[in-house]
Design a protein around this ligand. Structure first.
Ligand SMILES: [Cu+2]
Length: 556
């Protein structure tokens, strides 16, 4: 796959933003003006041949940045239930502003779940429901979505199902206002787009997650209409793990040798504030980002679990790394490199929706926004005191480093990687599909400006784009102009083909996000089971998502 992970080395331009090792013209693929994209499309043959490493533009921090591998790796606290009984666990999370010392000596204001970034981790068991009462003490409406969750529609965090802060005007207010908080109302997005089916609430909302799904690393994050990208950037993201007895019995590395790693990129101003190019920094009215960043916002500081380029001391033993790319737009191609330049194997045991059928060994592991990879790495061959750097081959300069492990001591290791990890993966076949659909993911015009479109249309909550029957199996053919990580709510899928060829090694298993690269197509197959109701599919480049690249999926 050499061309897939080629890193460009063109000199950065003198001006901010600095595209990731490319001139902006190259990233856009054609002329520099975004307007041209909409008429010409982006998929010029030249752009495809070059296959840029990134879609987006990088913000430069003006804060003093720490050296890499000095900050200890934080591990998000596991949330304790406020009530638990034979049938379910209840949790409470208050969404509120907080500050944290992310860069040494500076305070960063954040929007948080429960006061920390990442938010607290929810540990759950398969089939045991969890209800989370979210209380919104932030200055704007919020929506919680559990990414990868098999969740009833009322708890899936539809973008207009807003939880309004105490002082926020009723979105249904208007000439014919009659809806009350907690009742269906004509929620309007920032551009006045009405959604007659929105169910808003005031201050709190209960989200119920049945956890009736394969064990997996899921994550919860804000999904508010038009403002998802800046809300996640400010800190609204946390982990939710589903486990079961079968997985526990496999003998995989566990306890302190199982590490959740949420990877994000951010940029900081000199006083430690988060830097983000919002048109309206209050995130109250006008959505969107400044023109140079329409393709996606990249930061120049890599955070893992909220810490810049952290280091973690380990035993010389196998470790299970549960990786999540929670970046808005940045892609990674991860490698584990020792002091003497050797690359350690990354043995992938799981993907977005849980364990693979069998392990897949990588030297380089690509990750698009929202993807999860469950990986075992063995530090036994590393001498005591040795450093193993996790690097991003797609990064340049400081964004090439991600984090490091310092192998502190020899240790016994009774963990194992079974040759068969799971036997419950769905074996949907093409001939099972009752329908084949085609969707393009491309730049286009929206509200008189630039947008990102699915099938030529910007998102409209009031329009049903796709209606599927509960239990139907379908094949979807997806095609992209630039990088678009495509995510389906409700259901996992399998990648059938990529670019007309067999899937790549990291496409294995059950996915909920597939990374389309510039000019690429992919076929996915899924069965829409679980729940009826209104769901979404969308691009998980968070800036694209906010600029129209979502569509409605109605399960009937
Ligand atoms: Cu996209």
């Amino acid at each position: 796959m050499p061309e897939d992970f080629e890193t460009r080395t063109a000199a950065p331009g003198p001006s901010d933003p600095r595209p990731l090792g490319l001139t902006r013209r190259q990233i856009l693929g054609i002329g520099g003006a975004f307007g041209l994209l909409t008429t010409a499309g982006l998929a010029s043959a030249a752009a495809l041949a070059r296959r840029p490493a990134a879609t987006g533009a990088e913000l430069r921090s003006t804060a003093a940045l720490p050296p890499p591998f000095r900050t200890p790796l934080p591990l998000p606290a596991v949330l304790r239930p406020v009530a638990t009984d034979g049938a379910a666990d209840r949790y409470e999370i208050t969404q509120r502003e907080a500050s944290a010392e992310i860069l040494p000596g500076l305070r960063t204001r954040l929007w948080t779940y429960g006061g920390t970034f990442p938010g607290p981790t929810i540990e759950s068991r398969r089939g045991r429901p969890v209800t989370v009462t979210h209380r919104n003490e932030l200055p704007v409406p919020t929506v919680v979505h559990l990414h990868g969750g098999r969740t009833p529609a009322a708890s899936d965090g539809y973008p207009t199902d807003l939880v309004l802060p105490a002082a926020w005007p009723d979105p249904a207010a208007g000439p014919d206002a009659h809806a009350m908080a907690g009742m269906p109302g004509m929620a309007r997005d920032a551009q006045g787009m009405a959604d007659p089916r929105a169910v808003t609430s005031r201050l709190t909302r209960d989200y119920t997650f049945p956890n009736d799904q394969r064990p997996a690393l899921l994550w919860y994050h804000d999904h508010r209409m038009d403002f998802t990208a800046p809300a996640i950037w400010r800190g609204l993201a946390g982990l939710h793990i589903v486990r079961d007895d079968t997985e526990d019995s496999l003998g995989l590395p566990a306890g302190p040798r199982e590490l959740p790693l949420m990877i994000t990129d951010r940029a900081f101003t000199a006083d430690g504030s988060l830097h983000y190019p919002s048109l309206d920094p209050t995130l109250r009215e006008r959505p969107g980002v400044r023109e140079p960043y329409l393709a996606g916002v990249l930061g120049d500081v890599i955070l893992v679990n909220g810490a810049p380029w952290p280091v973690h001391e380990t035993d010389a033993a196998r470790h299970r790394l549960r990786l999540l790319n929670a970046s808005n737009a940045r892609h990674y191609a991860l490698e584990a490199v020792t002091d003497d330049g050797r690359r350690l194997d990354l043995v992938q045991i799981g993907s977005d929706q849980g364990l693979l059928a069998a392990p897949v060994t990588h030297r380089t592991l690509p990750m698009a926004p929202a993807e999860r990879h469950d990986v075992v790495i063995d530090f036994a061959p590393v001498p005591t005191g040795g450093l193993v750097r996790i690097v991003n081959r797609l990064g340049t300069g400081r964004t090439r480093d991600v984090m490091a492990f310092r192998v502190a001591r020899p240790a016994a290791d009774d963990s194992r990687i079974p040759p068969v990890l799971a036997t419950d993966l769905p074996d949907w076949r093409r001939q099972d599909a009752v329908r084949v659909r085609d969707f393009s993911f491309r730049a286009g015009r929206m509200n008189g400006g630039h947008g990102w479109l699915i099938g030529g249309k910007p998102f409209d909550p009031a329009r049903t784009d796709v209606t599927v029957g509960l239990g139907d199996t379908e094949v979807w053919r997806l095609v992209a102009d630039v990088h678009h990580p495509v995510h389906l709510h409700l259901t996992g899928f399998r990648v059938l083909t990529r670019g007309g060829r067999p899937p790549l090694p990291h496409d294995a298993g059950l996915k909920d996000t597939v990374s389309l690269r510039p000019g690429e197509s992919a076929e996915i197959i899924t069965r829409f089971d679980g729940y009826r109701g209104r769901y979404l599919f969308h691009c998980h480049n968070a800036e694209h998502e906010d600029m129209g690249m979502m569509a409605n999926l109605e399960v009937v």
